[in-house]
Design a protein around this ligand. Structure first.
Ligand code: PNS
Length: 169
């Protein structure tokens, strides 16, 4: 069965240039891309789900086939209730691979119809991660190499950077 709807799940806390690259490349291949903000029980959240959604919407406003949603249950349940069976994820390195391998197998154990496809990150994004961004934010350090430029100012306002020039190259 041909199916051109996909979901890109993640915690997106916050969205990075690495995420945005995967979203853009997916939007060129598939008819409808849903960026799905989900709960990762192993991570303590920094941004509210509604703020994460706003940030992703700002970054993807020029991509008409991309929508953003929030779901705090199981991925397979979201997929089932939206009649989607394809998931796309970015892969940076073998650590991502090991993690995704288990997730993929568990998801397919729960629902055999789910297929997860992987996109290798661009070389410039290999050290880009939301957890690195959160760590830098914690120290009010420069995050401009990792976060889409259109949301940089908002993130700094929300997280209380002292002023526009502080630690920005
Ligand atoms: O960006 P992340 O934190 O690597 O994304 C991980 C996420 C949120 C996609 C993963 O934790 C997830 O799928 N959470 C939803 C619950 C679920 O369906 N888990 C899979 C079976 S254990």
């Amino acid at each position: 069965m041909k199916n051109n709807k996909i979901v890109i799940p993640g915690s997106f806390d916050p969205i990075t240039i690495g995420h945005l690259d995967i979203i853009k490349r997916s939007s060129e291949i598939f008819d409808q891309v849903t960026v799905l903000i989900m709960k990762n029980i192993n991570k303590t959240g920094m941004f509210d789900y509604s703020i994460r959604k706003e940030l992703i919407e700002l970054c993807t406003k020029d991509l008409p086939n991309v929508k953003v949603d929030i779901y705090t249950g199981l991925l397979i349940d979201y997929l089932k209730s939206n009649s989607i069976n394809i998931v796309v994820k970015g892969l940076r390195n073998s650590r991502d691979f090991d993690y995704e391998l288990e997730m993929d197998l568990i998801n397919r154990l729960l629902d055999k119809n789910i297929q997860t496809l992987y996109m290798i990150s661009n070389s410039e994004n290999l050290i880009t991660s939301s957890s690195n961004v959160r760590e830098l934010i914690n120290y009010k350090a420069d995050i401009s190499a990792f976060v889409p430029s259109q949301i940089l100012k908002i993130i700094k306002e929300i997280t209380g950077y002292p002023d526009e020039s502080f630690r920005i190259n």
